[in-house]
Design a binder for this molecule. Structure first.
Ligand code: GLU
Length: 536
């Protein structure tokens, strides 16, 4: 059992410039799981200071993705809290107050150097030995009176931190990377407030983290280079420096930084493809963290009792979608039928909508090439897309009105389903009514092949099925077909493959008699008859 520390306060601080990406989601999960393990507080802060890219819509997308993953925050947008507001754009006064204090203490100075002057200095330094070492401190040497006079005269200026000349190396112990040390010479007097009065990113983040009492800053290692600068700001403001934990990158299977090239990168895309939030959280938690080096299925309650920073891996993690699929399958199998129907409703409705849209009678459909199948599996398919509103409403109502039917479907697919977006293709045949969509390859292999005797097989099965009354049993029925088939010299496979194709359209449908049981027998017989007259 990990010892609790309720004083722990962590935050996830996304910039709402787009979707919640896989890397951001993992950062959020680590903060959340650490807060829960410690019995501390998880803060959500929206860093919306980029006016061009930050939108309200993006904020909502991020909040929605967080909620879908089940990452509840204790303080932040919508829930509020004692350290609000939780949007950076609404915190300007706090940055101003921090700046005023720094001014009063003489820890910042106004800098009047123009962009042209700075550019010229940089160009000159770069042309000489040693290169550019940051701002040279010209305005640091101005007397107080002169600086004030120039401010009073309305001369544009920024405010820079006066980094103590004897500061020495900047060191901190990163909870993941260990002891870090940066030479002070590499840090110039950084700007905290721009000439238009806006505050720089590093200054705002430090003020927020300090004012929100953040004890541990857990974030992507793309921020590692900001950290020594932030340490200097903490020191200038007399704020306590938090513990930093920088998270290694997430790489695609090819060893390059995970990007759009590798397929879906946002949490929403994975949701639309039918991954379960529980599986996503488990999977993402394990990219760069481990419970004991071997356990792979780690449910939320275990994660939230055992997440410690010392088990974060220093090596970059790899996003392995095959593992995610496998894990999703594990979580699906563990569901009960009710939960499954509820979670899978949009895809079940899609299966219904696809099913009832099948053309009347018999249609032949070309077998998709393997690559095409894979490509289709990779595509995001939002359930309901491509279905008219009326049919979609009908489909949703059909699922809602037949809970027992849909619960009974679950055991047919539970064993092999790895994503919900496979449901429509796997199950739409249940809703074809009397119509059939025949897969060309299956027809050639099972029905029309020389010596298959599929017409005889279908006649035998049809006769048994047509004779059933009341609550028939799958096994008994199968045995009855087998006995008749055997008498006619047909092996079980020769008998049932044709039936499978005639009823479900191809050779790979879920368990046959269990499926038939869930369908209207008149429809099943009509499909057999239609197939026979179309094929033979
Ligand atoms: N807003 C920053 C980002 O989205 C995070 C800043 C931080 O965690 O310190 O990358």
């Amino acid at each position: 059992m990990v010892e609790k520390d309720p004083s722990v306060r962590v935050r996830f601080a996304p910039s709402p410039t787009g979707m919640l990406h896989i890397g951001g989601a993992r950062t959020a999960i680590y903060n959340w799981a650490f807060a829960r393990t410690m019995g501390g507080t998880f803060v959500l802060r929206i860093e919306d200071t980029d006016p061009e890219r930050s939108t309200e819509e993006n904020t909502q997308i991020i909040l929605r993705a967080m909620r879908w993953l089940g990452l509840s925050w204790d303080e932040g947008p919508e829930v509020g809290g004692p350290c609000g507001p939780y949007f950076q754009t609404q915190r300007t006064e706090t940055y101003q107050a921090a700046l005023d204090k720094l001014k009063a203490e003489g820890r910042v100075y106004p800098c009047f150097c123009t962009k042209e002057e700075l550019d010229a200095k940089r160009a000159k330094a770069e042309a000489e030995d040693g290169g550019y070492a940051g701002y040279d401190g010209t305005c640091r040497c101005l007397s107080k009176e002169e600086a004030q006079a120039r401010i009073d005269a309305g001369e544009p200026h920024v405010w820079r931190i006066a980094v103590p000349r004897d500061r020495g190396t900047i060191q901190f112990d990163d909870a993941v990377y260990g002891h870090m040390s940066f030479p002070a010479e590499a840090m110039d007097d950084m700007i905290v407030c721009r000439s238009d009065g806006t505050f720089t990113y590093n200054f705002a983040v430090v003020c927020d983290d300090a004012n929100m009492g953040i004890t541990h800053v857990i974030r992507g290692d793309d921020h590692l280079s900001n950290t020594p600068r932030q340490v200097l700001i903490y020191e200038a403001c007399d704020f306590p420096v938090p513990v930093f934990a920088h998270l290694p990158m997430i790489l695609g299977p090819d060893g390059h930084k995970l990007s759009k090239r590798h397929g879906a990168t946002s949490v929403e895309e994975y949701r639309d493809r039918g991954y379960l939030p529980e599986a996503m959280v488990n999977f993402l938690a394990l990219i760069g963290w481990s419970l004991d080096g071997e356990t792979t299925i780690i449910p939320e309650d275990v994660l939230c009792e055992n997440f410690t920073l010392d088990r974060i891996n220093r090596k970059d993690g790899v996003f392995d979608e095959t593992k995610l699929e496998w894990m999703n399958g594990v979580y699906i199998r563990e569901m009960d039928a009710d939960t499954w129907v509820e979670a899978a409703t949009p895809w079940l409705a899609q299966a219904y909508a696809d099913g009832v849209r099948v053309d009347a009678g018999v249609t032949m459909v070309p077998t998709p090439a393997k690559e095409e199948q894979e490509e289709r599996a990779r595509q995001t398919r939002v359930p309901g897309d491509g279905v008219d509103v009326e049919l979609w409403q009908k489909a949703l109502a059909h699922v809602a009105d037949h809970p027992a039917l849909f619960r009974a479907i679950f055991p047919l697919v539970a064993e092999r389903l790895v994503r919900f977006d496979e449901i429509p293709a796997k199950l739409s045949y249940l809703f074809w009514g009397p119509n059939v969509q025949l897969d060309e390859k299956s027809v050639a292999k099972v029905l029309t092949k020389d010596g298959a005797r599929a017409d005889e097989a279908l006649a035998i099965c049809r006769e048994v099925l047509a004779g059933l009354t009341g609550d028939w049993d799958e096994d008994v029925t199968m045995e009855a077909c087998k006995a008749k088939g055997e008498a006619a010299g047909l092996k079980p496979k020769q008998l049932f493959q044709p039936l499978r194709v005639a009823v479900a359209g191809n050779m790979v449908s879920p368990p046959l008699f269990e499926s038939i049981k869930l369908m209207d027998m008149a429809d099943v017989l009509a499909r057999i008859d239609a197939t026979v007259s179309a094929v033979f």
